[in-house]
Design a protein around this ligand. Sequence first.
Ligand SMILES: [Zn+2]
Length: 360
Amino acid sequence: MITAWTSLFVATAGSRLQPAASSEAATARYFASIRNQPLLLLAFLAEMPKGGDLHNHLTGAVYAESYLRWAAEDGLCLATTTMTLVAATCDAAAGQPPVTAVLRNATLFNQAIDAMSMRHWNPALNGHDHFFATFGKFGPPSDKTGDMIAEVVARAAAERISYLELMLTPDGGAAAQRGRAAGWDPDFGRQRDRLLAGGFQDVVAEARRRLDVAESRQRALLRCGASDSDPGCRIVVRYISQVGRAGVPEQVFAQMLAGFEIATEDPRFVGLNLVQPEDDPTALRDFSQQMAMLDFLHAKYPGVQIALHAGELGEGLVPPEALRFHIRESVRTGHARRIGHGGGVMYEDDPLGLLREMAA
Ligand SMILES: [Zn+2]
């Protein structure tokens, strides 16, 4: 191990003496020399500048340990049958101990973390359902967004990432609520007019206000501006409004409209993305309608970027018909500039043609 670290140091120090033009070649030579040595490769990759992280679900990027710590601070309980954080009257005898007690019980603490994450996951079981179920265990909607951003940017700095785009629900659910209250009119133009006429700007203002509060909290936690500020303060952060694709059409449309409006008014928001399982029955049923909504709204707000989850599906998860068009339709009708996940691309009709189209 000592030899390994020494050779890394020599290689790094040596490369500093090279003219700038050859440093890339020196790095490539060093990389080639250690690529089959896992420990040196780990050290090399840890130090490597990684640029931007463009696909980051904020609530999924926070560790279960943090949710448990915040829940203890907020006096929440852990419902042990489902390992879900709940705001209620805690009662250990009724299977609902206070999280403060969970933090003192190593066995329960570890069981909670395993349930709230993919740690120790048994790959023989259903990882899809376990993964998506974790998001429902993180407790009631919280005011911890600033704490979450602080955790994620501090880690990003330590991992040599310089830019983050974080997916979040910026308005605390206000747009979805407006949508449900408005009901559904399948004429997208009328539906948009109705929402905008009904004070929809309040949703935009609420999203901006919440982000102001969160960023202020993040900066305070990381001491941004002080001489001992956390390196996370230097990360450039932008946000993507998420839209829950498993919702009813009036809810999905209102969340999309909010995403476009917010990105138009606040430069911290760079676009929107659809989240939740692509194989959810409502998401499957409404897929083409949701793409048509994006097509309509894109024409109204052509400057707002769209990234979409598509091709998260695999053989055996859904009937083969659902595998043949989601990525193509996301690109052509949904105007996605980026596809998230996309592992199912080879199940699409004419996959090579689609890949060429996306690369163009
Ligand atoms: Zn994703």
